[in-house]
Every structure is written in C-alpha cells, then in structure tokens.
Design a protein. Structure first.
Length: 171
C-alpha cells in the first residue's frame, strides 16, 4: 500500500485548519468531504495529481432527470458554463449527478492553503447556485419545456443563495 502524497496531505491540513471534516481515501491521493449548502447537500472530492502538482476539486449532488428533461438541463449547464471564469458544470449521466469541477496547477509540492480554500468555496457555491435553476427545468411540464427561456432563467436573482455576511440585519 502506498502512502499519501505531500500534496494531498497539504489539502487535508487545510481542511483541518478550516474546521472541515474530511476523510482520506486509502491508497489514493483523494479526500472526501460533505457540506450542507443553502439549497442542497454537497459531496466534495479533492484529488491531487502529484506528478503535475495539480489539484482537482469536484462538488456533486444527485439530480434525477427523465429523458425529456435531460436535454434542457444540459443546455442550461452549457449556458451557465459560458458565464464562468474558473471551473465548469457537468452532468454525470451514469450516476445522475450534477457536478462542478475546478482544477489548479501549483508551483510547489506544498499547495497554498488559501487557494485550496478558495477552490472548495467555489465548488460548493457554484453547485449550490445552479441546483435551483436545474430544479426549475426538471420540474417544468414536458409540454412547456420548449417555451422555457434558459437564458432568462439564469438571470433570476431570487434563486441565488445569499452571500454569507451580506444578510440585512432585522431590528
């Protein structure tokens, strides 16, 4: 059995410093974690590629779709991806999971904790942001799917979770 790389141990250390529970996968440079986001539970996988000094962070959540809604959700994800600077949305057809993936290449073996934390926050926030839009598409009656304007749907602000700390105080 091989030991874990310095890179994935740096990721584990960063999770610990942030108070995030995680588990290393035995024999692989992978760790798993789970988070309760605003709209959904997010499963998170971080995988180090030591030979590249790369880290991939993947967040995912189940989204069961029937055949009629699949095409519309894939189009929604394509439109959402056009708006992203980092990372991208995917739909895992085999497991029926909505996925967000972000990758970073590091200069050194010891990954920067701030970048790791930003990647994790981004992966969780982006997946949590897209979930309600995908749910609107999934819940739209099949005979109305052609009338659903995905571009306008993605502009709806009422579906975006609040930014922590930005909530207005009530008196």
């Amino acid at each position: 059995m091989r030991s874990h790389s310095r890179q994935i141990l740096t990721v584990e250390e960063t999770f610990g410093q942030n108070g995030w529970h995680c588990e290393l996968v035995e024999g692989r440079d992978v760790l798993r974690a789970g988070f309760e986001a605003h709209h959904t539970r997010v499963d998170l996988i971080a995988q180090a590629y030591p030979q590249l000094n790369a880290l991939v962070v993947v967040s995912e959540s189940p989204l069961h779709l029937n055949e009629e809604h699949l095409s519309a959700v894939l189009k929604l994800l394509a439109r959402a991806n056009k708006q992203l600077t980092l990372g991208g949305f995917e739909y895992d057809l085999d497991r029926e999971f909505l996925v967000f993936r972000i990758t970073n290449l590091f200069e050194r073996e010891k990954f920067d904790g701030d970048i790791i934390s930003s990647m994790v926050h981004c992966a969780i926030a982006e997946l949590d942001r897209i979930i309600p839009y995908a749910a609107v598409v999934r819940d739209t009656a099949v005979d109305l799917l052609d009338d659903l304007n995905l571009e306008r749907l993605l502009m709806r602000q009422d579906l975006i979770p609040p930014v922590p700390g930005d909530e207005e105080e009530e008196y």
